[in-house]
Design a binder for this molecule. Sequence first.
Ligand code: SF4
Length: 325
Amino acid sequence: MSLLEVRDLSVDFATMEGRVHVLNGVSFDVKKGEIVGIVGESGSGKTTLGLAILRLLDIPPAQYLGGSVHFEGNDVLSQEPSNLWHLRGTGMNMVFQESLISLNPVYRVESQINESINALCTSRKVELSKEERGERMLKILQELCLDQPQQVLKKYPHELSGGMRQRVSIAMSIIQTPKLLFLDEPTTGLDSYVQNRILEIIRKLNKEFGISMVLITHDLTVASQICDRIYVMYAGRVVEVGLSKQILERPFHPYSETLLAALPKGFENGPPLPIPQGEPPDLKNLPEGCKFNPRCVYAMDVCKTREPKLIPTSDSGQISCWKYS
Ligand code: SF4
């Protein structure tokens, strides 16, 4: 059985211009011990998918239109809001995008991590002394390769570098020992050295602590470095699923091809990077048929009138494209 099983999840948002379908029939699985990537441009619905699974969307304006989410066999969408804190924290947890915004600017790191320990103590019904809490905080910061953790605990978020803040955010999540961790753009805006360090830490948390992961990113290279499988999303839909090696070396969907073609491959005397044609989709005004058709170089007549369904590929992935139907 999958640790997380999402089926046909559809979510829309009320806006001044009417309702916008942000997720459209998304199905998605995470097995125990897996790292799964969700990849797509801004506006593809990947962050909303994570927030919807964790029931972190404001309702309204968001509304669940249908579908199901099961975590360890338990129906997440039918839970009373008062029960959700059991599920979040020690069950599923999320490291939010942009740690400078997600961390509270007026509290020191120590008191923010202490809040996570409070949540852990409440859900596990245990008491921890001040000394035990201090030891746990230091240990977790050391595990995350933060130098001088004593001093880090005394600092405010703005006094830390981007990579340090990101690790503090990860510490706040994993100190609650979740079984599944969502990481939303954990390496965006970091230089490549810090980026690689964060990826190493994610790998270590997966292998040594057994935490399953969902990596939400626009960067196909980052996803392919650590993910077992990748879901490619476009306009609130999953358009391709595959092993990360396959998606990186031999993507089937034209949109995955476009993402891959836009990756830098060497810098000296290389050709200019191709710029994907067209604009990311406007969810308020999506085209008929395949939602990628205005940007697709392979578009056929059928693509403009009928939306393709997700079908299995020969190597146990899935694809939604008329080229393969
Ligand atoms: Fe392109 Fe048609 Fe495939 Fe859509 S269905 S990606 S328009 S070939």
